[in-house]
Structure formats: C-alpha cells, structure tokens
Design a protein around this ligand. Sequence first.
Ligand code: SIN
Length: 320
Amino acid sequence: MPSTPSSARLVVVIGTGGTIAGAASRPGAHLGYQAGALPAQALVDAVPALAGRPLETHSLAQLDSCDMDHATWVALAQAVTAHLARPEVAGVVVTHGTDTLEETATFLHRTVAATKPVVLTAAMRPATAPSPDGPQNLLDAVTLAATPGACGVLLAFGGAVYAGTEARKVHGYRVEAFSGGDAGALALWQDGRLRPLRDWPAVDGAEAAALAVPVADWPVVDVVTSHAGARGAVVQALAAAGARGLVIAGTGNGSVHRELLAAARAAQAAGVTVWRASRCVAGGVVDSGAADALPIAPDAADATPAQARVRLMLALATGA
Ligand code: SIN
C-alpha cells in the first residue's frame, strides 16, 4: 500500500459549502439556515484544537450540496489531485454538504488516485447551532488526513470513518446521519485515537480521463425509481430528452416494475445503457445470474442509485 512520506505534514482543507458551513439568522436554529455561508477558514478558526496545526484552507464553492454540479466536481477533483501531488501535503480534507456527499465521494474515488487520504466531512447542524457537530467532525477529518499510511477517499463523520464509496446518508435530521451499509465503518474514533476495523480502501482514480472531457459533453444519465404503479413513459421521456444512461432504483434486491422493465428493455435496444441498483438503504443488488436481468454497476453492487449514476456517467464519458 502506498505510504505518505514522513516529512509530509500539511493538511489542505477545501471548502465546498454544506451545513457544516451553514449560518442561521435565528440563534439556536437547527433548520432554516443558509448552507455554505461560511468560508473554509472560518470553519478551521472555530476549532481551537486545530490552532497551530499545519493547515492550508481554500474555499472552492459555498454550495448547498443539493445544488452540486458536474463543473464543481471537476474543479474539486483537479484541486485535490494537484494538492496530493505536493510533497509537503499529507492529505486533503473536503468540507461538504451531507445531501450529495456520497455522490461526490464516488466521483473523487473514480477520478483521483488517492494515494494519500482524501477525507470528506460534513455536519448535520449549522455552524451557528448551540452544539454544532461540524467542529468535531472537522477535527477528526484533519487528524485522519494527517495519519501516516492512510489512503483512499474517506468520510469522517460522527465518530466513525467510512470508505467514501460505501458511505450513504441514512437520516435526514439526526447527527448519526451516515452509514457504511453492510460493510460498516472502516475505523472508529476512541478518545481522539483511531481504532481501525478494516484496511484502507483500494486507491482507484481509473476514470481520471473524464476530467479532460468538457462537462457539456458528458453523457446524460438519470435515475428512475421503481414503485407501485410505475410508468414506462418516464423511461421513454428521458430517452427522448437525450439520456444515454439510466439507473433504475429498483425495489428490494433490484426488482423492477414490469411496466418500467419493458420500457427499460426497449431503451436498451435503442442504445441507452441501463443499470439497476436498489432503493433499499443497504443490501444492494445480488446478481441472480438470470441472462436477461438488467446489469448492475460493475464491482459496486452495493452502490446507492445516486452513486451508481456517477459510475455509469463516468463509464460512458470515458468509453469504458
Ligand atoms: C447540504 O447538503 O449542503 C445541506 C445539508 C447538509 O449539509 O446537511
């Protein structure tokens, strides 16, 4: 496993917005705040334990992550790649909104060879809350990014470390908002010390070539949810609107309503790539082996539908 030179101590913190950088106009509010209001340096300044640590901060975006876009992903992946290449840098922290964090983590995993740690972190309570969770998460993320031997795209959140591609948001309000799915956490924090449970994730970056493709040329990939009364017309409309790929968020173990399935097969025959994921929060899709089953994201059967969309888009963008 690649290791970080012992002289590398600097941690680069890149802010992209989110609740961790959120500010509420009403003191004490947990909701009704503006996400991404504060720059990265303000988040660092709010953590006394980070004073004196070798840190560099950059504000790349100040987004509510529900508005995350492909151009920001490219700028982020390029910035992370450039900082990782600096010999003095031990690792990179990305502060992000929780809502699309699992998608950004998947994008970075596939486009950045993270031989040093790339640690995403976030918060469920705005920075102005009476007891925000962001400062501890940021402290954990910086500590993890400076941990010798750590690598891969990671999430530091709520006292745990997750592999970025396994992370998923599972609660809309509570501070225990993330899970690692069936794989669970990679490591836990215990009294400021990291307790590893599994190996660091494999370093990927296999689809870095997508960063050189203008985002306007990226293939359109949409997610369609299967549900009672699902209509094939949704698939037809998306294909007619230019979708080159579709991820069906199937029920249970990836089953698809017969109306949707018929439309998906017709779209496949017309050249649209269709993958299946599960709308269940864990478990993914287990391949039944049936010859006519819709495909599953290769090597990522546990991916959430949103993560599978990122993988399919990158696969199509790079011609994989
Ligand atoms: C966001 O995703 O930017 C807002 C919600 C959050 O960070 O928890």
